[in-house]
Each structure stands twice: as C-alpha cells, then as structure tokens.
Design a protein around this ligand. Structure first.
Ligand code: GDP
Ligand code: MG
Length: 285
C-alpha cells in the first residue's frame, strides 16, 4: 500500500483533510520520544487503498522545533510515496514558503489548495494551473471542510510517478555554492542531495552533524546564508507565484470617473479652491 504524508502550516486544514480522507480508519499515537500526536489512517476512496500520515503543522523544515524535526525526518527517513502539501489558499504566499522547501526533497509532491471555498466566497480566484506550471507539481483546489475536490486530489496523487528529483527556486546568486555542496552529497550517494546541500549552506545544526558536512562547509566560505536563502524564497514567491491570485474586480474608477465624482460631490476641502481655480489632489491626475 502506498503511503502519503500530509504536510502544511498549522491551521491550514490538515486535520480536516485527514478526517475527510480516512474517516473511521484513523488511529492516534505519538511520534517516538515526543508528545506530538501521530495520526494515521487509510484512504479507501480510490482504486487502491492509500495509507495517510498526518505530519505536525510546520512553517519550515528548519531544525528549531520538534514538529519541524519530526516532519523532516519522516520524509527523509521513512520515504513516503508522496507528500500532500496542504496550502491555505487564503494565505497563499506564507504557505508557499514551506512548499518551496518541500520541493527540494526527492519526493513526489502534490499541492492541495485548501479553503478554496473561502477564497471564492469573496469572489476571488486562484489560477491553480498557473501555479502548477510555476511549481512543476500538480496543484488541485479543494475544500477539506466541504469535501469538494478531495477525490480529484487523491486521484491525481495516486497517478503521480513514484519518483521525483528535488527542485529549487533558489537561483543565480547561490548557484556556485549550491553546486559545490550538491556535488559532495551526490558523490556520497545521499538521497535528496539538493535538500541537504541547501541545509548545509544554511549551517543547519542537524545537517552539520552529518559525516563530511563540516569539511564541505569549509569549501563554501564563512558567509551565513540562512537569511539570504529565506529572502530568495520570499522574493521568488512574490514575483513568480503571487500572480496566480485573481482578485475580484473592485469598482475600478477611471481618471475621468474620479474627476466627475469630485465635481458632482465636491471634496469639502476649501484648500482645493484657490483663486477660483480648482486644484485636484495629485493622485487624480
Ligand atoms: P490543522 O491545524 O492544519 O490541522 O487545521 P484544522 O483541520 O484544524 O483546520 C483549521 C480550521 O480551518 C478549522 O476551523 C477548520 O474547520 C477550518 N478549515 C479547514 N479546512 C477548511 C476549508 O476547506 N474551508 C474552510 N472554510 N475552512 C476550513
Ligand atoms: Mg491539526
């Protein structure tokens, strides 16, 4: 039976989706050594049953909280057949920050664009296919609460190829260091070399404990790149992914509409009138 893990930010709707997928098959345990709930269950709605693991809610794959370490180690060590990355569509940019990190691992990823009902309630839209193109992995709009899109999500998840090479949105300014770090992990035949290479550039404390990490780090120079990398992720999201959001068209006023409005209703501001000449506020002109 294939195993898919649910990963996403806290409050993105992971538990709601987990319950919709697994119904009464779910059981709750603990992750080893910590008092963080581990929920597992079986999705029986497709042609083959799929085991579902609900990972703890996280904003990042850094080593700073037990939840982050659990999620990261589960994906790297247990090698699930895929990650269902739940993204709160009402908070797209912040949620995609985690997505950019998950994509760096050698694991199939599908994005569940959750809470799409909330987005559409305001008349807004998200262009899932534009997002899919930009990310290079399937993106399916769902409402875990209402159950819409869930079957389609799981059908596409089940149809994903069983392997995927990690990809990154980190570009030019880091390419030299990334190449050096990747070359090391590839030579060592480490799985998810790209993910490990980026963690090394971040001087990630878990990564530094790995064999050969400090020696490789010496070749990369002393610069602490953690903040640079975070910044690159946000820049990529705002310039390449944010445009998938289609806002409901608000009342768009042309310049002459605005002038008409002023003339009809006045601005009530006497300083606009000087020597009988009407001065428009600058932003109208
Ligand atoms: P988790 O922290 O990721 O496990 O999130 P939960 O599943 O507990 O959901 C957080 C909140 O979002 C709850 O109030 C849910 O009812 C709500 N929620 C989850 N999915 C959806 C959805 O698709 N649409 C809407 N409108 N609300 C949702
Ligand atoms: Mg939860």
């Amino acid at each position: 039976m294939k195993t898919f893990a649910l990963a996403g930010n806290p409050n993105c709707g992971k538990t709601t989706l987990f319950n919709a997928l697994t119904g009464s098959t779910a059981h709750v345990g603990n992750w080893p050594g910590v008092t963080v709930d581990k929920r597992e269950g079986t999705y029986k709605g497709g042609s083959k049953n799929i085991s579902i693991v609900d990972l703890p809610g996280i904003y990042s794959l850094s080593p700073y909280t037990p939840e982050e370490v659990i999620s990261r180690n589960f994906i790297l060590d247990e090698k699930p057949d895929g990650i269902i990355n739940i993204v709160d569509a009402t908070n797209l940019e912040r949620n995609l920050y985690l997505t950019t990190q998950l994509l760096e691992m050698d694991v199939p990823v599908i994005v569940a664009l959750n809470m799409i009902d909330e987005v559409e309630k305001n008349g807004d839209k998200i262009d899932a296919s534009a997002l899919e193109k930009a990310l290079g992995v399937p993106v399916v709009s769902v409402s875990a609460l209402k159950g819409t899109g869930v079957k389609q999500l799981m059908d596409r998840a089940a149809a994903m190829p069983s392997e995927r090479k990690g990809t990154t949105v980190l570009k030019d300014s880091l390419s030299k260091q990334l190449e050096t770090a990747c070359a090391y992990y590839e030579a060592e035949e480490v799985a998810s070399p790209l993910f490990h290479a980026i963690k090394l550039l971040e001087k990630d404390e878990i990564e530094l404990e790995r064999k050969g990490a400090t020696a490789t780090l010496e070749k990369l120079g002393e610069e602490d790149l953690e903040a640079v990398i975070a910044d690159e992720r946000y820049k990529y999201i705002s310039s390449n992914l944010s445009n998938a959001k289609v806002k409901a068209s608000k009342e768009v006023l042309t310049k002459s509409d605005k002038i008409d409005k002023v003339l009809t209703h006045g601005l009530g501001n006497s300083h606009l009138y000087r020597n009988s000449v009407l001065y428009f506020p600058l932003d109208l002109l």
